[in-house]
Ligand binder design. Structure first.
Ligand SMILES: Cc1cc2nc3c(=O)[nH]c(=O)nc-3n(C[C@H](O)[C@H](O)[C@H](O)COP(=O)(O)O)c2cc1C
Length: 203
């Protein structure tokens, strides 16, 4: 059973990007913390393509999406892997002075960091970075885990550190969305890709 204590953790939902050997990478994280003036930490699952690329380049950029960010951005960056596709190919983006790509739409702020420390915490690597470029892009409320879960009806996938584990549920075979429930609710429509219950499989 889920321990409801996990539901009380709130945090930013950010998009982290990097680049190595000219190949861009990026994924959603809910593990961003400002740990000191101009220093941030992120917890990156070792299976993530983005983890590998950050480890190689020593660079990562944290983008704070607005609450209006397109569902497609969350679906691509949070549910799909750069091992299979270039997520930036279909998204408007530019590069910073070190070549790290960042999205240009629905991003309220951006913090470009150079990795200055890292800690292996088992499933995840905790990267600590020092900011080399910061940009306040627009005044709009940013996406948080509570907003993502309650308003956007999103779920935290297994690679997010602040997720409950061992929960039975269903996975959408189209976009990877996880429905954490024993039963499929009447009239279910996937909040990410809009498909029906026939696309769900037990996980
Ligand atoms: C709301 C949300 C929060 C997430 N938080 C994290 C996180 O903090 N750390 C992490 O490693 N993965 C997290 N993930 C999962 C990754 O974004 C996901 O596994 C992604 O597909 C990895 O892509 P990549 O293989 O291209 O790096 C989160 C996903 C979502 C939707």
């Amino acid at each position: 059973m889920v321990n409801k204590a996990y539901d009380k953790l709130d945090s930013l939902v950010a998009i982290v990007s990097s680049v190595a050997d000219g190949k861009p990478a990026g994924c959603i994280v809910n593990s961003v913390s400002q740990v000191a003036g101009g220093k941030f930490s992120i917890a990156m699952n070792k299976d993530n393509h983005t983890c590998e690329v950050i480890d190689k380049s020593g660079l990562f950029t944290i983008m704070l999406p607005t609450q209006d960010v397109a569902a497609q951005v969350i679906a691509d960056f949070g549910m799909k892997s750069g091992h299979q596709l270039n997520k930036f190919a279909s998204m408007p983006h530019i590069k910073d002075k070190k070549g790290v790509p960042y999205l240009t739409q629905d991003i309220a702020a951006r913090f470009a960091c150079r990795v200055t420390d890292k800690l292996d915490v088992g499933s995840h690597i905790l990267f600590i970075g020092t900011v080399y470029e910061v940009e306040d892009r627009m005044d709009a409320p940013v996406l948080t885990t509570s907003y993502y879960k309650s308003v956007k009806e999103g779920q935290l996938p297994k690679n997010a550190p602040a997720t409950s584990t061992g929960e039975p549920g269903w996975r959408c075979t189209v976009c990877g969305y996880i429905l954490e429930s024993d039963e499929i609710p009447d009239g279910f429509k996937c909040p990410i890709c809009g498909r029906g219950p026939n696309m769900l499989v037990k996980r």
